[in-house]
Design a protein around this ligand. Structure first.
Ligand SMILES: [Zn+2]
Length: 274
């Protein structure tokens, strides 16, 4: 597998660059004191430990940019049916602290902002990262117009679970076949319980991969590709707009991880051209 550019896949996408989010923008989902601490680079050593990242200006810049990218991707999906973000999925970020490499919660931000602005009535967040979308579930616990669904490995981080609107726990070591069967069942449950959201935000985390450094599931590249196609096709067939974010993915070989993250773009293109 080559890169999206080398494969010519990128030529089929129109590319956009988001504007960065402001402190005020993000305050619809995060505590202003916390956002200011990130903006001013004054997070405590303890806060950085929970976050799992070292402080840098680059971290601040990407933290304010990525949520705006998810919002822009959601707008593009609403206009065109399907759009993919080359970042996002920072689902462990909570109201007043960051955790698990996640500073701000782009999923909660985009969903709540679109609902508050009256642009959409119902949003579904389907999170297939190997880890539970705990921050998203907690921030949005009282948002009736946003449904949170997390499919994650039973034995992975975080130890202290939140309650999504629908949580599906998958056993450690589950491979392509078992995973895809559970996903198919989950999609049909979602359709029964939650017919036709205006917008689906899909976290396509690749830390479900068998060689991932943190994830404990055992999907192959073709399993991830099939997962992404299944989710996108399911909702596009119902005429729901679908915006994808890349989510987690860990390993020493950065090119391998990048190739895994490219799978959702390939899947989106396949479904869009069916
Ligand atoms: Zn993850």
């Amino acid at each position: 597998m080559k890169t999206l550019k080398e494969d010519g896949v990128l030529d089929s996408f129109t590319q956009y660059q988001a504007e960065t989010a402001s402190v005020k923008d993000l305050s619809i989902v995060h505590c202003p004191n916390y956002i200011n601490s990130v903006n001013e680079g004054v997070l405590s050593a303890n806060a950085l430990r929970t976050l799992g990242l070292e402080w840098s200006d680059a971290l601040r810049n990407r933290s304010f940019l990525a949520p705006a990218g998810t919002l822009a991707t959601a707008h593009l999906a609403l206009a065109n049916g399907l759009a993919c973000h080359a970042a996002g999925g920072t689902h462990h970020a909570h109201y007043d602290y960051g955790a698990g490499y996640c500073v701000f919660n782009d999923l909660a931000y985009a969903a709540r902002r679109l609902v508050r602005e009256g642009i959409v009535e119902q949003v579904l967040i389907i999170d297939c990262d190997v880890h539970q979308g705990d921050g998203t579930a907690r921030i949005l616990a009282c948002d009736d117009q946003i449904f949170t669904c997390s499919l994650h490995c039973r034995s992975n981080y975080p130890a202290r679970r939140a309650e999504s609107d629908l949580d599906v726990e998958i056993d450690r070591g589950t491979g392509d076949e078992g995973y895809l069967a559970t996903l198919e069942e989950t999609l049909s449950v979602l359709t029964k319980r939650y017919l036709k959201p205006d917008l689906v935000l899909y976290d396509a985390g690749v830390d479900v991969h068998i060689n991932d450094g943190l994830g404990q599931l055992s999907l192959t590249n073709s399993g991830i590709r099939a997962r992404d196609e299944m989710v996108i096709r399911h909702f596009r067939q119902q005429d729901c707009a679908v915006a994808t974010v890349i989510g987690g993915g860990y390993g020493d070989d950065i090119n391998e991880v990048a190739l895994r993250h490219s799978l959702v773009f390939r899947a989106a293109l396949s479904v869009a051209t069916e």
